[in-house]
Design a protein around this ligand. Structure first.
Ligand code: HEC
Ligand code: HEC
Length: 321
C-alpha cells in the first residue's frame, strides 16, 4: 500500500517538475551541432495530459476497487464473490438439466438428438484435436473411437476409465533384445497370423516366448494393459511390414491424457454416450457405467424408466458444453 502511494506520488511530482520547473533555466554549457540545447525541445503537451489522465484514473480505480493493501474498495467488489454469483446463476439455470443428463441411462441420451449434439460439442472441443472430428483416428497415432475394436476395452466402464484417468501404453523396444533376424521373423509371423498361421513358422517360437505375456497366447490382446489384438487387420500404428517392424523393433508408448480433472461428470457422461452410440444397446444396460459418486445406473433401470427418461426434455442442454 505504502509502496503504491509513494510511487504514484513520485511519478506525479516527476512529471510536473519536468514540465513546469524549467522556466528559462536551460543549461548554458551544453550545445550540440551549433544550436541544439538541452531542454530546448520539450515533449508535447498532449503527452503530459495523457500521463496526468492515467494518474487520475489509477487513483479513482484504487478508491473504487480493492488494490490498496486491505482497503476493499468503495464498490465492495471482489473476484471471489463474483465467481460465486455467476456459479449460482449458472446452477439455477442449468443445474437441473445437467443433473438429469448425468443420471440418465446411456440409451436415453442416445435417443435424444439434442443431448447427442451437446456431446458432439464437448467432443469437438476436447478430443477432436487428436482423434479427429469424425473420431476415426489420425496419423497412425490416435486410435479410431467409432469402430468396435478397443485397445483398452469397450465396455462403458472401461471407456469411462480411459477418459477419466487417461492411458499410458508401454510396449518395449524388442530390437536390441531379439536382434534383426528375430524381429523380421516375428513380423512375418504376425502378418501370417491374421490369415492362417503355420505351426512351424520361425516367428512362432519367438512370439510364444516373448509376446504372449501381454498380447495373449492367441495374439488377441489384453485390454487391462492396453495390449492390442494383433490378429485382426485393425491396428493403431499400421499393418505394413515397415510399420510392424518399427513397432516391434523400437517399441511404442501411446499416451491418452486424463480428463477427469478437466471435465465434470455430466460432460464425461455425454462423451461416454457419444462413444457408445454404435454399441449394441443390450450390452449397455447391464454394464453399469458409474458416475464419479459411485452410482451405477445400469442394472437397475427398468424398460419403463428408460422410456420415461427418453421423453425428458433437455431444452437448456446447450449450456452443458
Ligand atoms: C509388456 C507387455 C508387452 C509385450 C511383452 C509385448 N507387447 Fe506389443 N504392445 C504392448 C502394448 C501395451 C502395445 C500398445 C502400444 C501403444 O498403444 O502405444 C503394444 C503394441 C504392439 C504393436 C503395435 C500394434 C498396433 O496396433 O499398431 C505390435 C505390432 C506389437 N505390440 C507386437 C509385439 C511383439 C511382436 C511382441 C513380442 C516380441 C510384443 N509386442 C510384446 C505390450 C506388449
Ligand atoms: C493429446 C491427444 C489426445 C487427446 C486430446 C485425447 N486423446 Fe484419447 N487417446 C490418445 C492416444 C494417443 C490414445 C492411445 C493410447 C494408446 O496408445 O493406448 C488414446 C486413447 C483413447 C481411448 C482408448 C481407445 C481404445 O481403443 O481403447 C479412448 C476411449 C479415448 N482416447 C477417448 C478420448 C476422449 C473422449 C477424448 C476427449 C475428452 C480424448 N480421447 C482426447 C490421445 C488423445
Amino acid at each position: 500500500m505504502v509502496l503504491t502511494l509513494v510511487s504514484l506520488t513520485f511519478l506525479g511530482w516527476f512529471v510536473f517538475s519536468i514540465y513546469f520547473s524549467r522556466s528559462g533555466k536551460q543549461h548554458e554549457g551544453l550545445v550540440w551541432d551549433g544550436n541544439l540545447k538541452e531542454g530546448a525541445n520539450p515533449a508535447p503537451m498532449w503527452w503530459f495530459w495523457l500521463i496526468l489522465g492515467s494518474l487520475v484514473f489509477s487513483l479513482i480505480y484504487l478508491m473504487l476497487y480493492p488494490g490498496l493493501g486491505s482497503h476493499s474498495g468503495l464498490l465492495n467488489w471482489d473476484s471471489g464473490s463474483h465467481v460465486v454469483r455467476s456459479e449460482e446463476a449458472y446452477q439455477a439455470e442449468f443445474g437441473e438439466n445437467r443433473r438429469m443428463v448425468r443420471d440418465a441411462p446411456l440409451t436415453a441420451i442416445h435417443a435424444n438428438p439434442k443431448a447427442m449434439a451437446s456431446a458432439q460439442g464437448v467432443y469437438n472441443r476436447n478430443c477432436a484435436v487428436c482423434h479427429g472430428y469424425d473420431a476415426l483416428g489420425q496419423a497412425n497415432l490416435f486410435p479410431n473411437l467409432v469402430d468396435d475394436d478397443w485397445q483398452w476395452g469397450g465396455s462403458p466402464a472401461q471407456i469411462e476409465q480411459s477418459i477419466r484417468d487417461g492411458r499410458q501404453a508401454v510396449m518395449v523396444a524388442w530390437g536390441p533384445i531379439l536382434g534383426e533376424q528375430a524381429v523380421a521373423d516375428v513380423t512375418s509371423y504376425l502378418l501370417a497370423l491374421s490369415d492362417s498361421p503355420e505351426k512351424d513358422h520361425p516367428g512362432k517360437m519367438i512370439f510364444d516366448q516373448y509376446c504372449t505375456a501381454c498380447h495373449a497366447p492367441t495374439g488377441g490382446g489384453m485390454p487391462a494393459i492396453g495390449a492390442p489384438n494383433l490378429t485382426d487387420d485393425i491396428s493403431l500404428y499400421g499393418n505394413s511390414v515397415e510399420a510392424l517392424t518399427e513397432s516391434i523393433a523400437n517399441g511404442r508408448s501411446g499416451v491418452m491424457p486424463a480428463f477427469g480433472e478437466r471435465l465434470d461428470d455430466t460432460q464425461i457422461k455425454l462423451l461416454l454416450a457419444l462413444l457408445t452410440a454404435n454399441t449394441d444397446p443390450k450390452l449397455l444396460v447391464n454394464t453399469g457405467a458409474s458416475t464419479a459418486d459411485g452410482e451405477s445406473e445400469g442394472p437397475d433401470v427398468s424398460a419403463d424408466e428408460d422410456d420415461a427418461a427418453v421423453k425428458v426434455t433437455y431444452d437448456l442442454l446447450d449450456a452443458v458444453e
